[in-house]
Design a protein around this ligand. Sequence first.
Ligand code: SF4
Ligand code: SF4
Length: 152
Amino acid sequence: MKRVGECCGCSLCCRRLVIPIPHPGAVQRTPLGIRVPLPVVVNPDLAHFYRTRGLAVRPDSVEVPLPGGAPVQLGRQGSQLVVRVPHVCAQLDKHGRCKIHGTPDYPKACAVFPRVPEDLLDVADECSYRFEGETARAPSSPTPSPSCGSPG
Ligand code: SF4
Ligand code: SF4
C-alpha cells in the first residue's frame, strides 16, 4: 500500500508516542514516567529517534518522561501490542514546528511516518496522509512505526 499526500504540519504525531511492547506487563512505572523494554537487537535509527524525542535509551529499555497523571494506555496497533502515551517531542518548538527538520539529525522514523495504515490510528483526526487502496483504518498487520513527523 502506498502513502500519498503531504504533511500538513499538524504536529499531532509529535505529541503522542506509540511504543511496541512484548506483553502487557512489560511497561513499568518509574518516578518520572514509564520504562519500556527494547528488543534484544535495537535498530540504530529507532534508538536515534527515541533519543531525539527526549527519551533515555538504556541497553535494554527506554525511559519515557511523563508529567504526573499522564494517561498510559495499553492496546494494539494491528497485531502488535503497544503502549500509548501523550509525550511532546523535545524538538517541537512553541509554534508546533520541528526544530531539526531538514537537518542530519532529523530521524528517519519521522520522515517515513505514517509508514503503514495502522500508523494513522492515532492521528487520523489531523493527519493529511492517506494510503492508496486503503478501504478502512482497521488494525490488521505489521509492526507499527514508533511515531512520527512534523516538518519545520
Ligand atoms: S505526519 Fe501526519 S500527523 Fe504527523 S505532523 Fe504530518 S500531517 Fe500531522
Ligand atoms: S518531526 Fe521533529 S518534532 Fe516531530 S517527533 Fe520528529 S523530531 Fe520530534
